[in-house]
Structures are given as structure tokens and as C-alpha cells.
Design a protein around this ligand. Structure first.
Ligand SMILES: [Zn+2]
Length: 318
């Protein structure tokens, strides 16, 4: 059983970008059995009512293949409800915190507010997974120039990611957070070092996407480079190589595609959306590229399934 623990099915008002039904069809082609859908939809997924409306979009026979995250806000009632849904419902896999805006309006960018999320989850005795999109907005630069797509890589610099990861580790420690802190889609070797150092005292995991493993910022040269605009951005090739090595050495917990298609016009013209349809890369990455890089069969099984089941809890996959 292979799991992709990070996809954006969108649907609803954004069905022109992607839908649950289409992603599940892609999963059949790509050899993926279960997906975890992200909550930065329009409107975002926050409450029990949102959960019910979302699950109603899933074909009945496919419910066993579909899980959702609920988004984190600083509203105590909302967070408590989300935490108890993770405990009670097999379909609700965890809580997602956008520590910086990415696609959509769902985000908690301030440090004090992020800390409050951890404190509220600890007070609610939350033992589940808190997945974080870690990019610190205070370190973003206004240097994006659509004539040079690669400028995106510096507008959301590596330091924004590492600083946000350091923040999350600080907040988890300070509030005695009892769940698992998952850092989504790491893009640099420095991020990995922070996570490795924190493993001794925290339940902390991290994932990597096919695009951050396969490509570097060099892919963003020229106008078509805009198609490779993702958050966090593609990085220097030294980071790409370090991530491959880390995956081989089992320092990264799993592969997550962050599958996020947009209309081509939205990528090449304003608003120059971030996201790549990376589920389409999954089968060739897992079945051809990883073995070519020397990742063992047992390790592939772990990073596509076993580690994910272990961290989210086997009862979620019965
Ligand atoms: Zn994502």
C-alpha cells in the first residue's frame, strides 16, 4: 500500500485546477493507494461541517483511499474541534499549520499566533500530527520579477524556511507539545540539519517532494521556468543533491508529492501561482529513479508507506 500524504485536490470553486475524482484516477496510474488532501481549499477546511461537506464530494467506494487535514487557526474552539476530529474520525488525518501564506488565504504568519496554536493543542491534549508549511513571511523579499522566474527562489529564500523550522521547534519545546511535528516539503540541507538535531527531544518528522529531489533552481531559467514556481522554491543544486543523499541515508521520513496543479494561464500570467502537478512524477521516481540512486527496496517501502502509517497511527489505515 503506497500513500501520498500531501496532495491538493482543490475541487469546489477551484475544480478547474484539480478535483478529488481526477486525483484518484491519477493515483491508479501512479500506483498510489491512499491520499491525504490539504485544507487550503476555497473555502478552507476547518470544522466538522467543512469535513462533512468535503467527504460528500468523494465517491463512496473511494472513501477508504481518502483522508483530509483540517487547517489550524488561532481560534480556540476551532482548534479543539479539529483536534477531537483527528482523535475520533478515521478520515481526518491531522492538523495543518501554514506558518506563511502559500496558495489560498489559510495562514498563521505571526510568531505569537503560531505559538498560541501549539499551546492550544497541548492544552487540548493533542497527540496527533501537526504538519507545518514552514516559511517565515518576515524574511520574504520583494524581489520577485516575472521576467525572471528564478527570482522567486530568492524572494522566498532558504533562510525563510530554516527560520520558520527553528520557530516551530522552539514553540513545540516551549509548550511541551505532545503530538508529532511534521515539517512538510523541506527544500534545503540546512533545514534537515535543524530537524536532525531536534529529533532527540521531539517527535519530529519531515518529507520531501519529487520536484525538490529531481530539480534545482536552474530549471527556472527562461520564461517557461515559471511552470516550476513552487513553495518552497526549487533550490541550488547542492541542496537537491543533499536531499537525495539524505533520503538514501533514511534521514527524511517520507516522499510527499505536494501535487498542486493550476491553470497554465495562472502560472504564466498573474497571479503566477505556485505549485506543480507532482503526483505525475510519482511512479517513475519511486520505481525507477530511487533504485537508480541506490535507495534499497526496503527503504522505498518505508518512505512510501510504512513510516507514514507508523507516524499517523495504524488505526487510520484499517
Ligand atoms: Zn502543499
Amino acid at each position: 500500500m503506497r500513500i501520498d500524504p500531501h496532495v491538493h485536490c482543490r475541487d469546489g470553486r477551484q475544480a478547474y485546477k484539480e478535483t478529488i475524482t481526477h486525483v484518484l484516477k491519477l493515483c491508479d496510474e501512479q500506483g498510489v493507494d491512499i491520499i491525504f488532501d490539504m485544507p487550503n481549499t476555497d473555502p478552507p477546511l476547518l470544522t466538522e461541517r467543512d469535513m462533512e461537506a468535503r467527504l460528500a464530494l468523494v465517491p463512496r467506494d473511494d472513501l477508504k483511499r481518502y483522508r483530509i487535514y483540517l487547517g489550524a487557526t488561532t481560534d480556540e474552539r476551532q482548534l479543539r474541534e479539529a483536534a477531537s476530529l483527528v482523535n475520533q474520525c478515521q478520515q481526518v488525518i491531522g492538523i495543518k499549520l501554514y506558518a506563511g501564506h502559500s496558495v489560498g488565504a489559510l495562514a498563521v504568519p505571526g510568531e505569537a499566533e503560531q505559538r498560541k496554536v501549539y499551546a492550544l493543542l497541548t492544552a487540548a491534549n493533542y497527540h496527533g500530527v501537526l504538519a507545518v508549511h514552514a516559511e517565515k513571511e518576515a524574511l520574504f523579499k520583494r524581489s520577485f520579477d516575472s521576467a525572471q522566474p528564478a527570482s522567486h527562489c530568492l524572494a522566498r529564500p532558504p533562510q525563510a524556511e530554516t527560520a520558520s523550522i527553528a520557530d516551530q521547534i522552539t514553540f513545540a519545546r516551549a509548550t511541551n507539545f505532545q503530538g508529532t511535528l511534521h515539517i512538510c516539503h523541506i527544500s534545503t540541507a540546512a533545514s534537515l540539519e535543524l530537524i536532525k538535531a531536534a529529533r532527540q527531544e521531539l517527535n519530529i518528522t519531515c518529507g520531501v517532494t519529487p520536484h525538490h529531489l529531481l530539480w534545482s533552481a536552474d530549471h527556472m531559467k527562461g520564461r517557461e521556468g515559471m511552470l516550476y514556481k513552487v513553495n518552497p522554491p526549487l533550490r541550488h543544486v547542492a541542496d537537491t543533491i543533499a536531499l537525495r543523499q539524505a533520503l538514501k541515508q533514511r534521514e527524511i521520513d517520507w516522499i510527499e508529492t505536494d501535487h498542486a496543479p493550476h491553470a497554465i494561464s495562472e502560472k504564466l500570467y498573474p497571479p503566477y501561482e505556485s505549485g506543480y502537478p507532482s503526483l505525475c512524477l510519482y511512479r517513475s521516481l519511486v520505481e525507477e529513479v530511487l533504485p537508480y540512486w541506490g535507495v534499497s527496496e526496503a527503504a522505498v517501502k518505508d518512505i512510501t508507506s510504512i513510516a507514514i502509517q507508523r507516524v499517523f497511527g495504524e488505526r487510520k489505515f484499517l
